[in-house]
Each structure stands twice: as structure tokens, then as C-alpha cells.
Design a protein around this ligand. Structure first.
Ligand SMILES: [Zn+2]
Length: 481
């Protein structure tokens, strides 16, 4: 039985969040407007129309290079990738072929097993998007609103060895780029697209196997599934004496298989040449330094600062920092509540639950950081129990009043009056003779569990409002006698 090693490299296309397109002043809001309303002679590819590089694109590109530890080339240029397709009106795409603006970077990530992995980034190139084809059964429509929207293509070395590694690479890449605020990095919205190059070789081999390019990957899970499918398909061919030929395949998410798109014979010759309508791309050291100063805090720096500043467990920090907006929300809650641990507990339990249930981002949550901070203050001050706080939280989701107002108008404050609680404790003792006996006969190790049951009865009796510490104290006093 032969042992096989899989070799995977990923090509990720990121759509940049600039307001205008890469070579002209047309808006990039391509899907929120009527088709073909954000177009001009430049992005429609009219002969003689001259492109001019959007400065913001270069700024964002440099941010990506810095975030992914790339070496920035002071001089690079643009090239024409020639091919005919209806969504490419110029008959070529402007990209960077000969020399990209940056190269030789890397991305570090961790697998669930704890294994740390560094994947090298070969290069990142600046390029333009094509228009969008909309196919139906008997016609194809083209929306040129997407033509010339700026893209970055991030190409990894073939360093990845499994679908799990590819999945974590993509998750980490998404999270790092999201922190730089240069792209929405959403596969659903099409602002992040991924192609995978997959090959297999025998363990110990020094030459990689023939790679297959897989396109049409629509989710990170889809990427992982396509990789697994392709690895198994290739191993099966090789083990039965077959040969792998260079080809491009499409992932069919419904059938869960890859299908042939084009073979080597149909591979295109792009006839690249230097773009004569654009000057060389020059990036100065000063420009890089200025952009560095303007970079938002990186995820790595944020993780370190959270550990020092809030002294909460590393697990909590990792969860809170998966998303920059969530980390910002946490900081705003702590600013109000002054209780880092309880704030993180609430965000990781209640807030995350609601976001999942309502399928929302933290920015869309109807409870502000200030309101959650107030709820936590009410718990800290002993005005409400954790259980009641959950009810206040639930009400606040659709209520404009402040948490404090909700507690006072709904009479939800904790009962701390000894006389009232004592009455309830007595009532529970009277009506639970069996449990009280159990408590008295139980050995010391088992007593706390029985006591918890009795306390639960009192809390229930008080509709969750009796202060648990007082309830426990009263029971202990009564049982001592
Ligand atoms: Zn335009």
C-alpha cells in the first residue's frame, strides 16, 4: 500500500472596498444599483480610453502586503493578460504578471490540534475584476458595474498539506484582512474568491505530482470538501495505474464532485505583455511608512494587549478577537462595566447565542455595548441575579428603555429583605420534609447537593429574585439548630 502526500496551493481574490473603481471614477457599488449604471468609456473598455490608477487601491494593496509580511517592490508594473470573453470588453485584463508589487510573505496559523503552521505567500498582485455574466437557460446578460473593480490576488506557495490546513489558512487570512478594513472578505458576497491547486505525490518523493486547478469554490467548507474529493480522485487514478493530466476542474456543490472544465489542450495562451497605457508602479519608503502609521491594530497586537490589559483567559481572548468588531464591542462593554471577565462571559454566551439565532453581525445587535455594560453593573451591585439579568437582556432586545428602567418598572430587582426570604425558606422547609430529612441524613460530601435542591425551591418561589447568598446563609442557620 503506497502512502500519499497531498500538496495544495491557494489563489485568493479579494475585492477591495474602495469607493471608486481601479482605473476610473465610477462607483464600486455594483450590486446595489441597476445593472450597467456605474460605467464609463474606461471600464467599458472603449478604444482610446486611458486608465489611471486609483491611489486608494495602492494604499489598500500596501496594507495587505504589510499584514501578510510581504516584501514590497519599490518598482513594479502592470501587464495585459490577453483573452476574449464577453465579460472582458477590452479583450484583456490588466494585472501584474512580470513583477508584482509585493512578494515573499507568509501567514501563520494554528490547527485545532495546536500544531503551528507557516504558509509562504508567493506574491500578491493588483488587478481588475471582470464584468459579471448572468446566465439563464437561453441568454446571458452582462452587468458592467463590476468591470474594473479593484482586486488583489494572493497566491500561496504549495505549502498546504490537507484540507484542514487550507481551511484554517483561509479563516486566518480572512480574519487578518478584515482587521485591515480593506475588504469585506465575504465569500457569500463574492468579495473573497478562492481557487485551489491540488496534486498528490508518493511519500518521500522530491517532485510534486501534476497539479489540478479547481475553481467555483463558494465557501470555506466547499474548499475543504473539494480538496478532499480531488485528493481521493487523484490517488485512485494513480493507484490503478492511471496518469494525472493538467486540467482545470469545477467544484459542483450539489453533486459534491469536481468536473472537468478544460484540459491542457484547451488551456489559454494569454500572450502577456507590459501595459503600455500605464506608467511603472513606484512605491516610496515614505509611502510605506505613512501607511504603517495608519494601519489599524493587527490581530496579533490586539491579542497581546487584551491579555495584558484585561487578564482574562486566552481562550476568551481568542474568541473575542476572531472579529475586530466583536473585540471593539467587548472593549466598549468593559469600559462601562469595569468587569472584564463577566463582560467576556456575557458576550461569549448570551450575545453570541443571539447573533447566531438572528443570523446577525455584532454591529446589527439591538443591545448596545453601553446597555450590556449597564446590565453587568446591575449584577455586580447585587441588584439583579445572573438569572434575572438574562431576562432583562431578553427584554432589552426589543425594548428601548434602559436596563435600569426595565428592572425598576418590572419590579425585577433582587429581594434582599431577610424577613421576606426567611418566610420563603420556612415554607420550603415545611413542604419538603423528605428533602430536609435527606439533608440531615446525608454525609458531609453529599449535603451541598441536597442544599442546592432546597435553595432552588426558594429561588423558584421568589421567581428568581431572592438573593442566593442570603438564601444559603438562612438554610445553614436553620439546619444548625
Ligand atoms: Zn468607469
Amino acid at each position: 500500500m503506497k502512502e500519499w502526500v497531498s500538496v495544495i496551493g491557494l489563489e485568493v481574490h479579494l475585492q477591495l472596498k474602495t469607493k471608486t473603481k481601479i482605473w476610473c471614477g465610477c462607483s464600486t457599488e455594483y450590486d446595489k444599483s441597476l445593472p450597467n449604471t456605474h460605467t464609463c468609456p474606461i471600464c467599458l473598455g472603449y478604444p482610446g480610453a486611458l486608465p489611471k490608477l486609483n491611489k486608494k487601491v495602492l494604499e489598500y494593496a500596501i496594507k495587505a502586503a504589510l499584514a501578510l509580511n510581504c516584501k514590497i517592490n519599490y518598482t513594479s508594473g502592470f501587464d495585459r493578460k490577453n483573452y476574449y470573453y464577453p465579460d472582458t470588453p477590452k479583450n484583456y485584463q490588466i494585472t501584474q504578471f512580470e513583477k508584482p508589487y509585493c512578494e515573499n510573505g507568509y501567514l501563520d496559523f494554528k490547527l485545532s490540534s495546536g500544531k503551528e503552521i507557516r504558509t509562504r505567500i508567493t506574491r500578491i498582485q493588483i488587478e481588475e475584476d471582470a464584468a459579471k455574466n448572468i446566465h439563464s437557460s437561453n441568454e446571458t446578460l452582462i452587468n458592467f458595474n463590476r468591470s474594473s473593480i479593484p482586486l488583489l490576488e494572493i497566491i500561496s506557495d504549495p505549502d498546504l498539506r490537507s484540507s484542514e490546513e487550507a481551511y484554517e489558512y483561509l479563516n486566518t487570512l480572512k480574519s487578518i484582512i478584515k482587521y485591515t478594513k480593506i475588504s469585506d472578505v465575504s465569500m457569500e458576497l463574492g468579495s473573497l474568491r478562492c481557487d485551489a491547486n491540488i496534486s498528490v505525490m508518493e511519500k518521500g518523493a522530491t517532485v510534486f505530482g501534476q497539479r489540478i486547478e479547481v475553481k467555483n469554490l463558494n465557501s470555506f467548507k466547499g474548499v475543504a470538501k473539494a480538496i478532499n474529493y480531488e485528493i481521493n480522485r487523484q490517488i485512485e487514478i494513480l493507484e490503478t495505474g492511471g496518469e494525472i493530466f493538467q486540467e482545470t476542474r469545477l467544484w459542483d456543490d450539489n453533486m459534491q464532485v469536481t468536473k472537468l472544465m478544460r484540459s491542457k489542450a484547451e488551456a489559454m495562451d494569454y500572450g502577456y505583455f507590459s501595459e503600455p497605457d500605464l506608467q511603472k508602479l513606484v512605491i516610496s519608503e515614505k509611502m510605506i511608512e505613512d501607511i504603517k502609521k495608519d494601519m489599524p491594530e493587527s490581530k496579533k497586537d490586539k491579542l497581546e494587549r487584551f491579555l495584558k490589559e484585561y487578564q482574562i483567559p486566552e481562550y476568551d481572548i481568542a474568541q473575542l478577537c476572531t472579529d475586530m468588531e466583536l473585540a471593539d464591542y467587548y472593549e466598549a462593554v468593559v469600559k462601562k462595566s469595569k468587569n472584564p471577565k463577566l463582560s467576556s462571559n456575557w458576550i461569549m454566551s448570551e450575545v453570541m447565542r443571539v447573533l447566531k439565532e438572528q443570523n446577525k453581525n455584532i454591529e446589527e445587535l439591538s443591545i448596545s455595548a453601553n446597555d450590556l455594560g449597564e446590565i453587568i453593573i446591575l449584577i455586580d451591585k447585587g441588584i439583579i441575579s445572573n438569572k434575572i439579568a438574562k431576562e432583562v437582556f431578553e427584554i432589552k432586545l426589543t425594548d428601548l428603555r434602559s436596563p435600569e428602567e426595565i428592572v425598576s418598572t418590572n419590579n425585577m430587582g433582587q429581594i434582599t429583605d431577610l424577613a421576606i426570604i426567611e418566610k420563603m425558606v420556612d415554607k420550603v422547609i415545611e413542604s419538603n420534609v423528605k428533602m430536609v430529612e435527606d439533608y440531615q441524613n446525608a454525609d458531609e460530601g453529599k449535603k451541598p447537593r441536597v442544599l442546592k435542591g432546597l435553595m432552588g425551591q426558594v429561588i423558584k418561589e421568589s421567581k428568581g429574585k431572592a438573593n442566593p447568598e442570603i438564601v444559603a446563609r438562612l438554610f445553614e442557620e436553620k439546619f444548625k439548630v
